[in-house]
Design a protein around this ligand. Structure first.
Ligand SMILES: [Zn+2]
Length: 415
């Protein structure tokens, strides 16, 4: 069910252009089968890509005659687990574009001319589709991040130094040189990805303590993907995970997944925009075109969505749950409602959900909160236009706390 939500979010994000009264348009879908390419939609200004973790060996596809053919073991599984771990923390998922096909048939982290010397049409199609999907996802991510987004390209190296290598498309020589980098803070400052991973026990290079790989130390500085997909607000980092703990069985790998998720959520929170983080509701029209997650945005036609936007003009998603306000709810009451909800799920105000139980349940049920100014106003204000959400819940602004308290006491067995 979660998968279908996120797919819908992406479809919606991809059909973004219509303005008021526009007709429904065809979403752009990847041209190749999902058997070869996994594409999941997202709700964060963050795209994960994984080109080398696939295991499928289509019998009829030629094997590449040159280049590296070993796969980056477990990186597809890690990318999927990382997406879930990030969703668990923020209520919102990153976009994911990952190959299911073995590198023996195609290297997606190479220029097309180098991706394989003897490629057949299906491979070329996959190569095109993979990079177009990253472009589409990045466009949607940039909209979510108000013009700024991050691409993480996930890999595994076989070097024996045990470090996570972070590739910024800057050579080891340049990192070792005495002159400061143009983007010193971003690459190896106190708030850099390397610093965050180090502090979680995942030793990385570059970082404040390891500003550059040692002379002679093996290091990947970033390949085709991070070099192609960057610029105009989009930043990209290649993460190369060491063999241990990447090759552990899934339950033992979870510590690595959690560390990566904490570090990446931190950097998105601090350097980019977590949608809805500042608590101030924006325009519902904008939220509609984002596609916050639940099906109904997608199921409804833009004309009906326009009606939604008129009836409920202010909206925000709090950890992925849409909260819409009727036009009668003033800014002070809007802010109060959002603050209460946010505080209830994130007591230490670090932008990450503390307790997932009630939030998971709400998201699973497709819950949407509709906030009105006065509960006794009949008809007009509480009129929910069709088609409605799976689970629209209408609350007066001053009933929100009671609803949150109730949620907490209900708990959730077996989550
Ligand atoms: Zn790789």
């Amino acid at each position: 069910m979660w998968a279908s939500w996120s797919a819908c979010a992406l479809l919606l994000a991809w059909t973004q252009q219509p303005g008021p009264g526009a007709d429904e348009t065809q979403p752009k879908r990847p041209a190749v089968s999902s058997e070869w390419l996994q594409v999941d939609g997202g709700e964060l200004p963050l795209v994960l890509s994984a080109p080398h973790g696939g295991v499928k060996l289509p019998a009829e596809w030629p094997v590449r005659s040159t280049g590296v053919k070993v796969r980056d073991t477990n990186t597809l599984e890690l990318a999927i687990a990382l997406r879930e771990a990030i969703r668990a923390r923020t209520g919102m998922a990153p976009f994911l574009v990952a190959s299911r096909v073995h590198r023996r048939h195609l290297d997606l982290n190479r220029d097309r001319s180098e991706s394989g010397a003897n490629l057949g049409e299906p491979q070329l199609e996959l190569w095109r589709s993979y990079h177009e999907s990253i472009e589409e996802a990045a466009r949607a991510a940039l909209r979510l991040g108000k013009g700024r987004a991050l691409l993480i390209d996930l890999h595994g190296h076989g070097h024996d130094h045990g470090l996570i290598e972070l590739g910024f498309a800057i050579s080891a020589e340049r990192l070792r040189a005495a002159t400061p980098l143009e983007e010193e803070a971003w690459v190896r400052g106190q708030g850099s990805l390397g610093a965050r991973l180090d502090s979680l026990g995942l030793a990385s290079v570059p970082s404040p303590t390891r500003p550059a790989p040692l002379a002679g130390q093996a290091y990947f500085n970033g390949g085709y993907t991070v070099r192609r997909h960057r610029g105009a607000g989009l930043r990209s980092i290649q993460i190369e995970l060491p063999p241990h703990p990447r090759r552990l069985a899934a339950p033992q790998r979870q510590e690595l997944v959690d560390g990566l998720a904490d570090a990446i959520v931190g950097i998105v929170r601090d350097e980019f925009v977590l949608p809805g983080q500042n608590g101030d509701p924006g325009s519902t029209r904008e939220l509609i075109w984002w596609g916050p997650g639940p099906d109904p945005w997608q199921a409804a036609r833009p004309r009906s969505l326009e009606r939604w936007a008129e009836e409920w003009p202010h909206a925000v998603t709090v950890f992925g749950v849409p909260v819409l306000f009727s036009r009668w709810v003033g800014p002070a009451h809007q802010r109060q409602v959002v603050d209460r909800i946010r505080r209830s799920w994130d007591r230490n105000a670090d932008g990450v959900v503390d307790d997932l139980g009630s939030l998971h349940r709400l998201r699973r049920q497709g819950e949407l909160l509709l906030v009105v100014e006065r509960s006794n106003r009949p008809g007009s204000e509480a009129d929910v236009p069709q088609p409605s959400w799976a689970n629209p819940r209408i609350l007066c602004w001053d009933q929100v706390q009671a609803w949150l308290d109730e949620l907490e006491t209900e708990g959730e067995p077996g989550n």
